[in-house]
Ligand binder design. Sequence first.
Ligand SMILES: Cc1cc2nc3c(=O)[nH]c(=O)nc-3n(C[C@H](O)[C@H](O)[C@H](O)COP(=O)(O)O)c2cc1C
Length: 794
Amino acid sequence: APMPTAAPHGPVAMPVPEGGAPVEQTVIEPPEAQQPAAGQPQPGAPADAAGQQTTEAPEGQDTPDGQQPAAAAPDHPGEPTTPAPEPTADATTGDPAVTADVQETPEPAAADVSDQPGAPAEPMAEEQPVTVHIPAQAAGEQIAAQAVAAAPGEQPATAGLTPDSGPAAEAPADEAPHQQDAAELVQLGEDQDDDQPQPAEAPEAADAPAASDVPVPSPAAGYDDSERAAVHRVMRERRDIRNGFRSDPIPNEVLLRVLEAAHTAPSVGHSQPWDFVVIRSAETREKMHQLAMQQREAYAKSLPKARAKQFRELKIEAILETPVNIVVTADSTRGGRHTLGRHTQPQMAPYSSALAVENLWLAARAEGLGVGWVSFFDEREMVRELGLPEHLEVVAYLCVGYVDEFPEEPELLQAGWSKRRPLSWVVHEETYGRRALPGESPHDLLQETLQGIRPLDAKALGEAWERQKRMTKPAGALGMLEIISAQLCGLSRKCPPPIPEPAAVAIFAGDHGVHAQGVTPWPQEVTGQMVANFLGGGAVCNAFANQVGAEVCVVDVGVAGELPATPGLLPRKVRAGTADFTAGPAMTQEDVLKAIEVGIETARDLVAAGNKALLTGEMGIANTTTSAALIAVYTGVDPVEVTGRGTGINDETHARKVDVVRRALELHQPDPADPIGVLTAIGGLEHAALVGLILGGASLRTPVILDGVSAGAAALVARAIAPEALAACIAGHRSAEPGHVAALNKLGLRPLVDLDLRLGEGTGALLALPVVQSAARAMHEVATFDSAGVTEKS
Ligand SMILES: Cc1cc2nc3c(=O)[nH]c(=O)nc-3n(C[C@H](O)[C@H](O)[C@H](O)COP(=O)(O)O)c2cc1C
């Protein structure tokens, strides 16, 4: 429901779920859909890696145990802390000389090339259709209600969520071997470094001349194991450093080696467009520090409150603490007018200089030198201040010096600012979207996501209840918040759970062909106009997001009109609106799957960017009609009961809207056990994307705060696809739309806020965010009876 209206209709008599109302049980066993589909790669290595994650990561860290340890265990433990003022003799690992290794290269065999380690995986015969298996009871009443659905008015007691009866009880953490959240998959990526195919040892000619004496030349040799390990080690252990610099001077010969490494970088047309300005003077560094501070301030002002709070704790430069600063420039005129390769892509000059930076960075690491890249500069201002020739571009400003230590992980990761994206998210086989690591079969994003969705963790849930009993308050006194905090513990597998901050609301925008049926007085172009309003910061969601410190992320998944590129808008249009579902299917199955993927990818991006809660939002003129149809399918309630007045329509329009929903159901006879089919027939692009966001959030064990009726409809579909996805869901509010009540009852979710809102845009979810955050914070900060010396009730 896009716009508020001046004339609110009377408050909807809202039947609050009766005690224990939605008595479905929370799903425990992974349903069929959770199993890797036939032909899908069994997550061998990933499962192993993830399966070992039975212990929680240390508090404050989102990374699991077992992270690549300071494999860091440096060869010379003292080395990092002891600056080496003199060049050491062993800094010669880069010696490319290859000698005896060649002898060891196996003779090419006349075997089938496809079996060779270096050969690409056998491509799948054809695109695997996504088959989402719905267990017979998935949409039915036997499916366990989410235990968080405590009946209002009841003691929030532990009835539904106790370790004995709760949803997680059935699945202890260590029975979840396929859990694949970002951090765990990272482990996989890193582990596999060691298993990279070795071109020097393995490549073999496809057609070795059979029984011929013609010698087949051996391929060029790679490095031996230890040399290769050193190369990988330096890449793995390179860090951007801002803290812990020492004032020890850098000997000239050391700096020279580092600059030589930079100067060997590849460059477009061999133009070598870089210059290195080595700055040591305190005066210049002071000037640059001032410039960076101004930009830091400007950036901080642009951030959502929760992010700004996090940012205040971060150090982003070490200009004054380092003895040497190096400015790396790019000269796009170098190499002359006809520089090979720069003709069509002028940006290749600064790219080349960036490669020099990476070389410098790696060589510095090998010397025990820390490097911090500072990009908080107005580029032209910097050129002027440094007195650089105007035709130069500044590519990097680097702070260089000896350091106390090299952290094992990026400082931003340690600070919870971001997470590492797993390699498996970003490697595509042949075409974009066919994700596969070398040697694996391409997998489908939806199937991969489903495999990562697990129930709440029983151990953390049990700890949550125990802790709540010991907190200095009467048992159950925090009502629904106790249930929410236990859910957050079970979801994160940590007690106390991470405070869900920062958070982002993802607003998916799409248009609806059914608009043609006159189901709303608002013209369709309002969808695009409101998107512009969100991006301009002028909508209600922006005001609420500002208030609660959340980020607003706007996604065009299916707006009918073209939207201009604007900062903050994710252009992910699957198609320009759906078709009129009273006349035929709303869209194709392919569209549905693409829109779901948009939602999954959005969840991944927002979580990898450090968000610890996802909020659903949506914008689409006529989308309450679509939501009503979906809810009618999944609740079995008559369309007249679940079709509301959306933006505020008169009786005549309402009657038409009910009729439209009824006709759509008659035409398509949607089968709730086929959720993709349901979305294809009567869904919306933003609904499908919301389904993806919910599934994506659940697979990343990140809470998803649902907004109103469209989110409720999407949650019903998501549950039909993966029942455990509900373990991540929190109903933010209860909308004034009657369909929403039906959906919440069916889902067994109790809304946190109930203020007759019927706006959409994520507004209800945003209002609920502080409630959810408070629930988690209480677990962290409230003293226990023992710690506070408070006597317990006798
Ligand atoms: C182009 C570029 C610009 C960067 N600018 C900054 C910066 O201004 N301030 C900062 O603290 N880190 C900066 N960084 C460092 C990144 O935050 C860092 O590389 C990232 O968090 C990963 O950490 P790692 O380098 O230790 O692996 C920059 C990195 C790159 C590649």
